[in-house]
Design a protein around this ligand. Structure first.
Ligand code: PMP
Length: 445
């Protein structure tokens, strides 16, 4: 089975750049660590709602970008940011009623036990801080993550992001467990959950044998980079047994909400709610500021206290007036436009339409997800369990040629990631599915 070398390499531009082109200039200026999407990279210069436009004025349907969760260039976000940047923007060492008001409003969307919020700029910083809280609260250092997890790019969380590939050193006290694999290891939800629990129990035993105390199970509650696995919640859900085992061993649950959070999964605001769990710590990011860099750690007071009692925290750009203005506008729009309901309703139609496409093209072996976060897993040929990584790359590039932006995820880079702005509508569903149907037909499937 082919495995992509890293999540960033999946669907990356690998062509030869032409002298003097923007791609070549970019390579020269930024160096080789960056990756571009698509065989023919796209230069986006403008966006509006679910549409983005390239430098030649060509329009694309955006089925990928979750940061612009309320749509690209939403007037309410634009206006809030412009107004605030023209007034003042400073940091959290001054009193700021807008920051406190936002924190209170954000906390009101969480179960009461999660009662403190700390602001960062990125999801990476949020996970880094979350792990530091977990270390201080538990006295442990062991962390369990899924095999294809991505939690960010600081030194600490790079070690918890095996999806970065072999070049990114795994953390010394990091153990990995396999995510569900409905195509190669099918089972009832109870069987899949039992396997996950058993893998976490084994990791805890190995930790104990190595003399490492557990600190946290750090998990993206929709398992995005593992290929989008939105298993049913409730007491028998995917994570419940694993979380109990971690807690019994002295660790905590850190729910990475950077991708599923802010209403994307439709039924709930936060992904952990689908699992019927209350984490000790949750981390937020990406959509939080609708494009501005703002992220957060939400924690239970008792879990925060051991860290906060000894270590002051300051983050120059975490929670500036401008990013708070953007984040406030994002919550306003989610509420005013009913985007949680819309994610549930449009997401259900999209899932159904994708299943229709899959019925016509059985290389699409599985359609799964929740709300407006769906994965379509491709296999090499109908009936096979061989991952269709090369096919997925062809599909993504074919979609780009047809004016639809989408991407891939999963261990083999073979799952289409359908994660549009939450203002995605029924016409957009139709356009996405028509083009997917067309690409699969063009490719001979
Ligand atoms: N956690 C998850 C689940 C993510 O997907 C990402 C970003 N892809 C991060 C954390 C890190 O966020 P950032 O890029 O803002 O540092």
């Amino acid at each position: 089975m082919t495995q992509t070398s890293s999540i960033l390499d999946a669907n990356a531009f690998t062509g030869t750049s032409v002298d003097g082109s923007l791609v070549r200039r970019r390579e020269r200026a930024l160096g080789p660590a960056y990756r571009l999407f698509y065989r023919e990279p796209v230069e986006l210069v403008r966006g509006s709602g679910v549409h983005v436009y390239d430098a030649d004025g060509r329009e694309y349907l955006d089925a990928y970008n979750n940061v612009a969760c309320v749509g690209h260039a939403h007037p309410r976000v634009v206006e809030a940011v412009a107004r605030q940047v023209g007034r003042i923007t400073t940091h959290t060492r001054y009193l700021d009623a807008s920051l406190v008001g936002y924190a209170e409003r954000l906390l009101a969307t969480f179960p009461a036990a999660l009662d403190r919020v700390m602001l960062t700029c990125t999801g990476s910083e949020a996970n880094d801080l979350a792990l530091r809280l977990a270390f201080a609260a538990t006295g442990g250092t062991g962390v369990i993550v899924t095999e294809e997890a991505y939690h960010g790019n600081t030194a600490l969380v790079t070690g918890t992001s095996p999806s970065l590939g072999a070049g990114a050193a795994p953390g010394e006290h990091v153990w990995t467990v396999p995510a569900p694999d409905p195509v190669r290891r099918p089972g009832t939800p109870a069987e899949v959950a039992a396997r996950f629990t058993a893998a976490v129990a084994t990791a805890l035993e190995e930790m104990a044998a190595a003399g490492v105390r557990p600190a946290a199970l750090l998990v993206d509650t929709i398992l995005s980079s593992d290929g989008v696995h939105a298993h049913p919640g409730g007491p028998g859900g995917l994570l419940a047994g694993a979380v109990s085992a971690v807690r019994r061993a002295g660790g905590v649950l850190v729910a990475d909400e950077v991708q599923p959070g802010f209403a994307r999964t439709g039924e709930h605001v936060w992904g952990f709610e689908r699992h019927g769990l209350v984490p000790e710590i949750a981390t937020l990011g990406k959509p939080m500021g609708g494009g501005l860099p703002i992220a957060a750690v939400v924690a239970q007071e008792a879990v925060l206290a051991p860290f906060a009692g000894t270590t002051p925290y300051f983050n120059t750009f975490g929670g500036t007036h401008v990013s708070i203005a953007a984040a406030t506008a994002v919550l306003d729009v989610i509420e005013a436009e009913g985007l949680q309901r819309r994610a549930a309703d449009v997401g259900a139609v999209l899932a159904e339409a994708l299943r229709d496409v899959a019925a016509r093209h059985p290389v699409a072996a599985d359609v799964r997800g929740a709300g407006l976060y769906l994965g379509v897993e491709l296999v090499a040929e109908p009936g096979s369990t061989e991952p269709g990584g090369a096919l997925a790359a062809d599909v993504v590039n074919g979609m780009r040629a047809r004016g639809v932006l989408t991407s891939v995820c999963g261990r083999f880079g073979n799952t289409l990631k359908v994660r549009p702005p939450l203002v995605f509508g029924l016409r957009d569903v139709e356009r996405y599915c028509t083009q997917l149907d067309g690409v699969l037909t063009d490719l001979g499937w």
